[in-house]
Design a protein around this ligand. Structure first.
Ligand code: GN1
Ligand code: MG
Length: 360
């Protein structure tokens, strides 16, 4: 593979490259953090190679990101700390928003946002409220952006029917010969198929509006200010497309209410913390209430359940397909992930009346 330093050298970064570190957190792209010294000060950058089997038109991903970040930046212009509130792309020496490596893969660079914390899951109600505020703020900044100007970079990304079709295809092919070992998980998802269609159907029937949607608002994609605890920035804009903003409340509730990591193997640790669930909705609505429709408001809690389901279905599909989509670190990784999503849904169901009662 080409030297990462050479790829970084394609970007218009001032100073001298001091070090490069790989970052293994995302499931899809390859990420590196660099440190530069310029006039005696340290500056960090994030460099990413887009996964071109997931993003088959990476230029469209970059066009979406460029449009959305410049729109958000216009909303932040009066803030002294605006640099930490939105990702900023760094151009190449050729004045482009991205570069290609020798193998033809697309790379981009962002300024690194420092003095922030990220979390794999939450155990603090204040942070849950702030997570909600952060997702609401992201949508608020974009609620006047024309959603139809964005490219659909992954078709039917959060379409439940399409994800079930992919699962059925995986069952039929049984490529990795794992079908026999996942009968209980499959049964759970098949029993829940109909209810899972709620968001997709609401969108298709026009009962919720088409808006700019982040589509990957998982907790680890939120940067929390180290001093104030505020959720200052929502990162990972690869899947920004048009959709229903319930996909975003859904991924927020999925990843912010779970009591363990997404890939926890000890299922006795996995459940839904209803207080965290409720605080996220409250924080979210404190910002979003002024632009939400009644139907969107009514479907917020359900979005948490549906998004957990769609992720579970996707993880199980990838397990059956022999782990071709998500990065894995052990053979059972995708199955473990599917199982945490099932455990989370089951615990949501146990607490459902209490959760929805508190929110009404
Ligand atoms: C992937 O890129 P990353 O790791 O943030 C996936 C999301 C899933 C998530 C589950 C393009 O996100 O849809 O919710 O894993 N992204 C894509 O952790 O498929
Ligand atoms: Mg992502």
């Amino acid at each position: 593979m080409q030297d990462i330093a050479d790829i970084i050298g394609l970007f218009a970064i001032e100073g001298e490259l001091q070090k490069i570190k790989a970052n293994k957190e995302g499931h899809i792209n390859s990420t590196f953090i660099s440190t530069f010294i310029h006039e005696g000060k340290q500056y960090k950058y994030t460099h990413q190679k887009l996964n071109d089997s997931v993003f088959t038109r990476p230029e469209e991903v970059m066009d979406n990101i460029q449009k959305v970040t410049s729109h958000i930046q216009t909303k932040l212009i009066h803030l002294a700390d605006r640099d930490k509130r939105c990702l900023q792309l760094v151009k190449t020496k050729q004045d482009a928003w991205y570069a290609y490596d020798e193998a033809g893969s697309l790379w981009r660079t962002y300024r690194f946002i420092d003095e922030v914390n990220t979390y794999p899951f939450l155990d603090d109600q204040h942070l849950a409220y702030r997570f909600g505020e952060a997702v609401g703020t992201f949508q608020h900044h974009l609620c006047d952006f024309p959603a139809d100007k964005l490219h659909t970079t992954i078709a039917k990304f959060h379409h439940m029917g399409s994800r079930y079709n992919q699962l059925r295809q995986a069952i039929e092919n049984d490529k990795a010969k794992r079908l026999q070992s996942v009968q209980a998980e499959l049964q759970f998802f098949l029993e829940n198929e109909e209810r899972g269609m709620t968001l997709t159907t609401a969108l298709e029937e026009g009962r919720v509006p088409l808006r700019v949607t982040h589509n990957d608002t998982k907790i680890s994609n939120i940067l929390f200010d180290r001093t104030t605890g505020e959720g200052v920035c929502v990162i990972d804009l690869d899947t920004v497309m048009s959709g229903t903003i319930l996909f975003d409340t859904g991924d927020m509730l999925r990843t912010g209410s779970i009591t363990a990591g997404e890939d926890e193997q000890d299922l006795s640790k996995v459940g839904c913390d209803e207080n965290l669930f409720i605080q996220m909705v409250k924080g979210y609505r404190s910002v979003a209430d002024n632009f939400l429709t009644d139907t969107e408001r009514q479907l917020i809690a359900e979005s948490g359940r549906a998004t957990t389901q769609i992720m579970g279905v996707r993880f199980l599909t990838d397990y059956l397909n022999g782990d071709v989509y998500y990065h894995i670190e052990r053979p059972s990784h995708n199955l473990d992930r599917a199982r945490t999503q099932i455990a989370l849904m089951q615990d949501m169901d146990r607490k459902w009346e209490s959760i929805t009662g508190s929110l009404s």
